[in-house]
Design a protein around this ligand. Structure first.
Ligand code: UGA
Length: 433
């Protein structure tokens, strides 16, 4: 039965490309996924994954017969008409998105190509129009991705919505993409290319705005003795506001929000429009990562030669992604203040090691915390809730913990002998209760 399904081509086997390829294979489509890096293609062909994403390795192995990895563009073009472009569009120094990889994919398509180019990579609004101008006759569809790292497979299989942007003349291409997603059951929104591109950027920018907003509320809560968790709960019960993305913490990170917020701000700026709100969203996020240092200083005074343990390094749990992780800024700031930084992450240590100079990487949370003058919970990995905090307290030089994600139970920590500080909670300065 699988051989009757429309073959799918994927260009760029990063995180988005691999999830897309594996999930379409799981839905029964023959999939050819092409990447320019031979070592990546060889590893994937052996069933070895280069990224940590729950459920993905199983999917790749289970669908090995339907899923081919190659470096050869000709093989891809030969075997699939529908081509998902999943190459990365990293920020340039100016904050604009770097479209060079997208452009080289387009250049690789033969002039008389009858393929359908389906843009999954996040690109500024207007990119589709310029590609269509350069390559008239090449069917073009914008189909932005809304996957979250850590739950990407589940998000793909149960989408809230699938956005399909196709302009006049490309209706059939849009229909072909819609058919691929129909079995998943999410709402399929058909629109034009520029609107589809804007939906992606606006969605990420809005979610980032929600986070920066609740982080500012948290900072005010600390001043007035309110608890941001309670405030967010009360706000979220208003269905116009909604309860998601109102978790205060030490700022958003990852490969998407920082890049997309800045790309949208730049996109607006390039048209002569100053997107003031996003400037503040970015600034609040930067400052939020740094506030933890001030919290530690309030308790410890100078941080010179103080040993600070960071629990978690990845930008969020269930991923080893270190891109724009708050831990990077925090570690650098702590070192800048003269602290000695030790860190532990269940899966991101290897990647983090390449980025963090002079940070001691411990083999476990218990090892990182032993002898430390303070701890900061940076990433809310489930295993941190399971630690024997009483034992940890007695192993530390000073049982002080700043919970950067409001993840641990303050009462439990205090009962274990900790001075505990969260984000957006009444501040506790002085001896443990
Ligand atoms: C985000 C979007 O949620 C996806 O819909 C989108 O497809 C993706 O970007 C993308 O453009 O590729 P992701 O970056 O994987 O997904 O991670 P999120 O779960 O959205 O978290 C982003 C950051 O915000 C993390 O650092 C997280 O800790 C932080 N966050 C999230 C908060 O600080 N508070 C919250 O309430 C929620």
């Amino acid at each position: 039965m699988s051989e009757q399904r429309e073959p799918v081509g994927v260009i760029g086997v990063g995180w988005v490309g691999l999830v897309t390829a594996a999930c379409f294979a799981e839905l029964g489509h023959p999939v050819v996924a092409r990447d320019i890096l031979p070592e990546k293609v060889e590893a994937l062909s052996r069933g070895e994954l280069t990224i940590h994403e729950p459920g993905l390795a199983d999917l790749v192995r289970r669908n090995a017969e339907r899923l081919t990895f190659t470096t050869d563009m000709a093989e891809l073009l030969d075997r699939a008409r529908l081509l998902f472009v999943c190459v990365d569009t990293p920020p340039t120094y100016s904050g604009d998105a770097d479209l060079s990889r997208v452009r080289s994919v387009v250049e690789e398509l033969p002039a008389d190509s009858e393929h359908v180019l389906i843009m999954k990579s996040t690109v500024p609004a207007g990119t589709g129009e310029s590609i269509r101008r350069d390559r008239p006759g090449l069917p073009y569809v914008s189909c932005p991705e809304f996957l979250k790292e850590g739950t990407a497979v589940a998000d793909f299989m149960n989408p809230d919505r699938v956005v399909i942007g196709a302009d006049t003349g490309d209706e059939e291409a849009g229909d072909a993409v819609a058919r691929l997603y129909e079995p998943l059951g999410g709402e399929i929104l058909r629109t034009d290319v520029a609107s589809a591109e804007m939906i992606k950027l606006a969605s990420n920018a809005f979610l980032a705005t929600k986070i920066s907003f609740i982080n500012e509320i948290a900072n005010v809560c600390e001043e007035v003795g309110a608890d941001v968790g309670e405030v967010a709960r009360g706000m979220g019960l208003d269905e116009r506001i909604g309860s998601s993305f109102l978790r205060a913490g030490i700022g958003y990170g990852g490969s998407c929000f920082p890049k997309d917020v800045s790309a949208l701000k730049m996109l607006a700026g390039n048209t002569g429009y100053h997107f003031q709100l996003l400037t503040a969203v970015i600034e609040v996020n930067e400052l939020q990562k740094r506030r933890v240092v001030a919290k530690l200083q309030r308790h410890l005074g100078s941080l010179i030669d103080k040993r600070v343990a960071l629990l978690g390094l990845a930008f969020k749990p269930d991923t080893d992604d270190m891109r724009e992780a708050s831990s990077l800024v925090l570690a650098a700031r702590l070192q800048g203040e003269g602290a000695e930084v030790v860190a532990y992450d269940p899966v991101a240590s290897e990647r983090a090691g390449e980025l963090l100079s002079s940070v001691e990487l411990a083999g476990s949370a218990v090892e990182a915390l032993a002898g430390a003058d303070a701890a900061v919970l940076v990433t809310e990995w489930g295993e941190f809730a399971e630690l024997d905090w009483g034992e940890v307290a007695s192993s530390m030089s000073r049982a002080l913990l700043v919970d950067g994600r409001n993840f641990l139970d303050p009462e439990k920590l205090r009962a274990a002998g900790f001075e505990y500080e969260g984000i957006g909670k009444k501040q506790e300065i002085g001896a443990p209760s």
